[in-house]
Write a protein that binds this ligand. Structure first.
Ligand SMILES: [Zn+2]
Length: 651
């Protein structure tokens, strides 16, 4: 039964979360009051049920903060999320609960546990230790206060960003170089005959890529890099101090040391990882920058490439060197066909079918909902919500959320629900929504998270779908990005929106050749973000969020944009899941590429490999360590060879 989201109100959003917390409290109260022998069923199972309830409440209430059209409902959603998160985070701090689970952990029943149930108990005990249950009451209270403060800081930071509005009014001449389709959908400026170019991604990215006006590129980027303003820099700096404070109280040498205890990698593994790829990337990047500098020489003799130049010359170089024009390519990727193609390919490889739900009662008419069924058994596996176009106040990037986890329940397996919110241009007039190739990439990437959630067979909410180690969770989405570069795959669905002609082989060949253009510079940006994260959270003491940007930006080989504040809009540095974990993107990419190499060896659309991948990786969620899942699927130790080979390093 799907939730009816058509009449969401601020009151209902608040009520859903209050009810879930009340129900959870009742379950926990019963656990504590239980007399006699403790068993999994009378001690742990009610906790699983309480957590499922709170997670479900997020899917109805808190999630509205990301997508609802009314500001009051978004605000109520943000409040509800905060309340929900605080309650869930608070469980590990309850000493009554700790005493009971500790006692259960010493019982014969616990000693006989295996599989997910054993892992769940171990994870609870680890949570309690990390929450400082072995410390004094006063120290524990202090840690809980710090955690609550972090949640508040995060919510305020995110809402500052979501509500941030800025842009530049431009005359038609100011828009030189931009395609007609871009200009047509711009909002009018306040002055007659002008257009408003905002700092939102659908405006900002094309403008930086294609505007020939260097000064306006500089001005727009200045505004873009100051989203969130001084207020958010202060919030980030406070969050970083709070994190270190907390880690210190728990006996860790840095916040990263604490955060990475529950990840695949540790500080040393990450340092080794960067050390192994950075010299090669820098060498590559220096050579790439020389080419961009030569291109700019024609327009601006004697001037150095600045941060507001490199996207433009990267785009220009792509047109010149490879004859690949992003807009020409996008004519082969009307959104609907790209989605249908993705369903077709995933259906074939992973043995699933998709059917659109009529009248889905979602939160906005733009949202499409699909049933995902198992091809072999015909059984319903999951639902997928696709909310793909921008709206005022909506989440401004692309991401996947789980609205319901797949879990075992008394009356059978409860099917998961996942959603993708993205910001692909809406169709206008006769022009359908045409995706840039990197938007097709985003579509496939986020759908990797959907599949991870949808095809889970985990029994417990703690291990369902994307509930894996944070530095593993991107591997099943990173792997998806590989398929859209395979001519064999593209030719199945990439057709010109007017002529219906399949994408020419020649163009695909050029796209593949252009793929790694400036990959050194692009990867170095990722390495820079990873080092920035570690400057804030690793080492001996935290750096200031603005100073760290200027200290480290040299890694990118492009100078800093003066007087900007990367940290004010770098949401990853505020999100618990990614803090001391930004390296995880490259790290997961390495393992995504490694897993894809199995498909390359045995056929990129080989359903037999697809089904093996489904059962070894997707079905298992977080029921085992990421390293173990990888070894099981690969049949060998994981390696970075496929990744290095792809970017032209190593053999
Ligand atoms: Zn992702």
């Amino acid at each position: 039964m799907l939730t009816d989201y058509t009449n969401m109100t601020a009151e209902r959003v608040a009520q859903v979360v209050d009810d879930a917390i009340a129900a959870g409290e009742k379950l926990i109260g019963n656990v504590i009051a239980t007399d006699g022998d403790r068993t999994y069923d009378n001690t742990m199972a009610p906790l699983d049920q309480a957590i499922t309830g709170a997670q479900d409440a997020y899917g109805v209430g808190g999630f509205m903060a990301q997508v609802h059209s009314e500001e009051t409902v978004r605000k109520a959603g943000a409040d509800a999320e905060q309340k929900n998160d605080k309650w869930l985070a608070g469980l590990a701090f309850r000493s009554d609960l700790f005493q009971i689970i500790k006692a259960y952990g010493e019982s014969d029943d616990a000693a006989a546990l295996d599989g997910e149930r054993r892992r769940n108990l171990e994870f609870w005990l680890r949570d309690f230790r990390r929450a400082g249950q072995e410390l004094s009451q006063g120290e524990r209270d202090a840690i809980e206060d710090l955690k609550k403060r972090l949640i508040e800081l995060n919510v305020t930071y995110e809402s500052n960003l979501a509500e941030w509005q800025d842009g530049i009014e431009m005359t038609p001449e100011d828009l030189d170089g931009l395609p007609e389709a871009f200009i047509e959908r711009l909002a009018p400026g306040q002055t007659e005959g002008t257009y408003l170019v905002t700092v939102d991604y659908p405006d900002y990215v094309p403008f930086m890529n294609e505007s020939t006006n260097r000064e306006l590129r500089r001005q727009l980027q200045f505004k873009f890099l100051n989203r969130g303003g001084e207020a958010n820099i202060a919030l980030l700096n406070e969050a970083v101090r709070v994190r270190w404070d907390m880690a210190g109280k728990l006996g860790y040498s840095s916040f990263a040391d604490y955060a990475m205890e529950i990840k695949m990698a540790d500080l040393k593994a990450v340092a080794d990882f960067y050390a192994s790829i950075e010299p090669g990337l820098t060498e590559l990047g220096v050579a790439e920058l020389t080419v961009l500098q030569e291109l700019m020489e024609k327009d601006h003799p004697g001037e150095e490439i600045m941060p507001w130049d490199w996207m433009f010359y990267d785009t220009l170089q792509r047109k010149l060197d490879f004859g690949v024009d992003d807009n020409e390519v996008s004519e082969y990727f009307p959104l609907e066909a790209a989605v249908a193609g993705m369903f077709d390919i995933c259906g074939e490889m992973f043995g699933i079918d998709f059917a659109q739900v009529e009248d889905p009662t979602a939160w906005h008419p733009d949202v499409s909902v699909y049933e995902i069924t198992d091809r072999a058994s015909g059984k319903l596996l999951a639902h997928y919500y696709a909310d793909l176009h921008p709206r005022p106040g909506k989440f401004s990037h692309a991401a996947c959320w789980r609205l319901k986890a797949g879990v075992a329940q008394a009356d059978g397996y409860r099917q998961p629900i996942a959603v993708v919110a993205a910001n692909f241009t809406k169709p206008s007039g006769d022009t359908p929504s045409l995706l840039k190739h990197d938007e097709v990439n985003t579509l496939f990437h986020e759908f990797g998270h959907v599949l991870h959630n949808a095809l889970t067979e985990a029994q417990l909410p703690r291990f369902s779908g994307t509930q894996t180690e944070r530095d593993f969770v991107e591997a099943p989405s990173q792997i998806m990005e590989n398929w859209i570069w395979e001519p064999e795959v593209l030719q199945r669905f990439a057709r010109h929106y007017e002529t219906g002609q399949p994408i020419p082989t020649e163009l695909v060949t050029k796209m593949v050749a252009a793929r790694d253009q400036n990959v050194g510079l692009k990867m170095l940006r990722q390495v820079f973000y990873g080092h920035y994260d570690m400057a804030l959270h690793g080492g001996d003491a935290p750096s200031d969020a603005s100073e760290a940007y200027f200290d480290l930006v040299g890694i990118t080989l492009v100078p800093a944009h003066p007087d900007t504040h990367l940290g004010a809009s770098f949401g990853h540095m505020m999100s618990d899941g990614y803090v001391a974990g930004y390296y995880g993107y490259l790290w997961s990419k390495v393992y995504g590429d490694d897993m894809f190499s199995v498909f390359e060896d045995e056929g990129v659309l080989n359903p037999e490999v697809g089904m093996r991948y489904r059962s070894a990786i997707l079905a298992r969620g977080g029921t085992a360590d990421g390293m173990e899942l990888l070894r099981d699927f690969l049949g060998r130790e994981p390696s970075s060879q496929a990744f290095l080979k792809k970017i032209g390093l190593g053999s």
